[in-house]
Design a protein around this ligand. Structure first.
Ligand code: TPP
Ligand code: SF4
Ligand code: MG
Length: 304
């Protein structure tokens, strides 16, 4: 296990000078994901901020092969790549399907569910910036309760986030994990582990977005950490059906209490219209989910 991000490989597969915004959580995450996977990797990407990062033909900021696909087809294209590599007798290449929350929770879910049900041999990563950011910040089913977006401008979103990792875990796939761009080493280790597993592997990566969430670009790492410290994002793995909290979430469970969600909400302009009632609702949602995770973690630990 690597001790620090400073001891990871010097090799870069995502080059500098790409077109993401300053402080983009996705850019931090993607750099470490590619470092963990190495050069024998083929990526499929749908329309999203990640396509913007990849660049416009004839220039690109990524030096591994990438197939740009239509918005709903990420998992279908990756399934095709897996079948093609098998037909060619080529082993050892990792197929990575990677899409945003809109491209995963909403429009890409049926192709992803179909592939997971077949236990197709690829890694699927959803980076979650919690809205359709590439097209100006429309609400997705992963936008949190109370957040204003361009399609929820007056009252903010009225529903909680869809629990995509739980949906993927319900497919019985061998590996599901959550991570955050603010803990790149934890993310790196989870991708490395996923690389060595056969079958469908799903990773959910929280990726703070300064212009979409409305906070200063220099606060990205702190904002992602605050998400974990308040329980808005929880870091865990489900390996062969066994759930365990990991990294900072495991430490928080051992040491005691989460910070109040209000601390997280007050630092982001997208929550400017959230009501006190909605904050209370969000807090009880986070509290009861956290209790359930801690109970599952303890139950797995007691079976070790
Ligand atoms: C079928 C289809 N509908 C809508 C679009 C327009 N579109 C392109 S990117 C995008 C937003 C993607 O959101 P998400 O998957 O969350 O990625 P992000 O931009 O946030 O990185 C939309 C709506 C499209 N390209 N294709
Ligand atoms: S809009 Fe957000 S996710 Fe997209 S490139 Fe900018 S910071 Fe990154
Ligand atoms: Mg998004």
């Amino acid at each position: 296990m690597a001790e620090s991000v400073l001891t990871l490989t010097d090799k870069e597969y995502m080059l500098s000078g790409n077109r993401t915004c300053a402080g983009c959580g996705l850019a931090i995450a993607y750099r470490h994901i590619l470092k963990a996977l190495g050069e024998d990797t083929i990526v499929t990407v749908p329309a999203s901020c990640l396509t913007v990062l990849h660049g416009m033909y004839p220039v690109t900021s990524v030096n591994i092969p990438c197939v740009n696909v239509t918005f709903p087809s990420t998992a279908a294209a990756a399934s095709g790549l897996v079948a093609g590599l098998k037909a060619l007798g080529k082993t050892g290449t990792t197929v990575l399907a990677i899409a945003g929350d809109g491209g995963t929770h909403d429009i890409g879910i049926q192709a992803l569910s179909g592939a997971a049900e077949r236990n197709t041999d690829f890694i699927y990563i959803c980076y979650d910036n919690e809205a359709y950011m590439n097209t100006g910040g429309q609400r997705s089913s992963s936008t949190p309760l109370g957040a204003s977006t361009t399609t929820t401008p007056v009252l903010g979103k009225g529903q909680h986030q869809k629990d995509m990792p739980a949906i993927m875990a319900a497919h019985g796939i061998p590996y599901v994990a959550t991570a955050s761009s603010s803990y790149p080493l934890d993310l790196y280790e989870k991708v490395k582990k996923a690389k060595d597993i056969t079958g469908t592997r799903f990773l959910y990566v929280s990726a703070p977005c300064p212009p979409g969430w409305l906070f200063p670009p220099g606060d990205t790492i702190g904002m992602g950490r605050l998400a974990v410290e308040t329980g808005m994002v929880v870091l865990y793995e489900i390996e062969d059906g066994v759930f365990r909290l990991t990294g900072a979430s495991e430490r928080l469970a051992r040491e005691g209490k989460l910070k109040p969600v209000r601390e997280y909400i007050e630092r982001q302009g997208r929550f400017r219209r959230i009501t006190d009632r909605q904050i209370d609702e969000l807090q009880s949602f986070v509290d009861s989910r956290w209790e359930e995770y801690v109970a599952r973690h303890k139950a797995s630990a007691s079976q070790d």
